[in-house]
Design a protein around this ligand. Structure first.
Ligand SMILES: Cc1cc2nc3c(=O)[nH]c(=O)nc-3n(C[C@H](O)[C@H](O)[C@H](O)COP(=O)(O)O)c2cc1C
Length: 131
């Protein structure tokens, strides 16, 4: 989606799967939700990765420790992330110790650069919960 911010998604046939561990606080929130927002962190946002990947909502209110605003359907959108999409949850399916959420995107943004935080940077973080 080149050319800046977009808030509606044309290709409704596209689907994404997000897998969330049954250990995670996020799963208990997502299980009650009708939609999820998925963020692509900028390369410089290692602090955000540390907050969301290295802490658990069981002990920390992560959204009180970062800047965010209400996006489409009230979903929390992180101010530091210009690239994200929001999707309706079509299905939840148990896959071992994770639950797979099938998402139908309905809104997206690609505001900002394409310098995404690399997996090799994030994998050095210790997860707040065992995977
Ligand atoms: C690089 C990295 C990738 C991760 N990927 C996932 C993932 O795909 N699914 C998941 O459920 N947890 C994943 N985690 C683990 C959670 O982000 C971590 O356990 C977090 O503290 C859970 O927070 P919560 O209890 O508030 O949900 C990942 C962690 C890191 C550091």
């Amino acid at each position: 989606m080149p050319g800046g911010l977009r808030h509606s998604v044309q290709h409704r046939s596209r689907r994404f799967i997000v897998c969330i561990s049954d250990k995670n606080h996020t799963l208990r929130v997502a299980a009650r939700a009708q939609a999820l927002a998925v963020h692509f962190l900028p390369a410089m946002a290692i602090d955000l990765a540390r907050l969301f990947g290295g802490e658990t909502g069981d002990h920390v209110d992560k959204f009180s420790l970062c800047q965010w605003h209400a996006g489409p359907r009230g979903l929390p959108i992180l101010d530091q992330c210009g690239r994200w999409f929001a999707g309706s949850i079509l299905e939840q399916r148990a896959v071992g110790d994770h639950v797979a959420f099938v998402l139908e995107p309905f809104a997206a943004s690609n505001d900002g650069g394409t310098d995404t935080l690399a997996f090799h940077q994030a994998k050095q973080l210790s997860p707040g919960h065992e995977a």
